[in-house]
Design a protein around this ligand. Sequence first.
Ligand SMILES: Cc1cc2nc3c(=O)[nH]c(=O)nc-3n(C[C@H](O)[C@H](O)[C@H](O)COP(=O)(O)O)c2cc1C
Length: 364
Amino acid sequence: MSLVFRTALCERLMGNVAGPELVAEVSNAGGLGILAGLSLSPDELRARIRRVRVLTSRPFGVNLWLHPGLRPPADVAKIPDATVRAVQETLNRFRERLGVPTTLGRPPAVPDVIDPAFAVILEERPALWSIGLGNPDPQMVGECRARGIKVMAMVATVEDARAVAARGVDIVVAQGGEAGGHRSTWVKTPAREAASVGTMALVPQIVDAVPLPVIASGGIADGRGLVAALALGAAGVLLGTRFVATRESQAPEMWKKRLLEGDGTDTTVTDAVSGLWARYLKNTFTVEYDASGAPVLPALVQSAAARDIFTEAAKRQDPGHFPMPTGQSVGLIRDLPGAGEVVQAIVREARDVLAALPRRTRQV
Ligand SMILES: Cc1cc2nc3c(=O)[nH]c(=O)nc-3n(C[C@H](O)[C@H](O)[C@H](O)COP(=O)(O)O)c2cc1C
């Protein structure tokens, strides 16, 4: 049976949603849990990896973004004054509403942690290094290979699939436009709909383009999705949104509630939260920021600028001003099971779907 993966959250504010408990639950149930490494200090990342090891003896992965805009992060001192001002004036509208002190100042610098985090991965040797939003240097892949760490890179276009395959990765994740969270690309396009080919069309194109196992990602939340992905030639599936709505997820209750109530039309792709295109549940923040026409700051500088707003929203349990990375599969989520139960249910449902297929195809 194929593997069921999960990935965790991309930003420090949200990073606690998917802690080591969720990762271990998935691996213990026969999937491959993946720990989010972005924005963690090397010590924190090491501590989380070690905590996963306390909770499971099964293989797991560690995810890092490799976006070139973070290696190193943008120098906030070099952002034009007018851009900072336009962004802060827009953010001030939310601050005033939430009773947060307004500011026109420069946002804090984003820490330069990707290379130190990669060094931790090499030392700790998880089974898998999972890459989002980037193309690894061949020597990074070689260093992993020398330590028995498999390398998996997530892409959203056929061109990028070929590029990561040429760098020697072991596994390619095809991320369809339905996916929650950031579009896994490393060049930001001006158009939000760029690199948004749907999973159904993208997976077979990438399967045909690269001689590697391809994992389907985006819009998959149950056994039907797993069977469909296998039919498209995928070797497994990677799920994000489904695992936000689990008992082990530390997502705020307001987010879980919105997941249970939402449908596929409730999400939007915006760069207003982090500076990069990503799919979130639509809320007051995404709608009003987008409508403002204000510029956005570089990768993760934008989220650093808005952090006070997101923190206050979390404190108030206000879903209108808290970013909730979520994919179109939200419409398939109607319960809050344990993460291990999700893995088991998907495998069970996939077997049932496969068993029923001959009957269904006779009816066609
Ligand atoms: C809440 C959330 C956080 C995510 N964080 C990351 C991350 O840190 N790194 C990464 O490579 N992908 C991340 N992703 C994207 C997933 O890797 C994956 O592409 C996506 O969740 C699949 O689509 P689905 O949400 O429809 O299951 C995240 C997705 C969600 C929903």
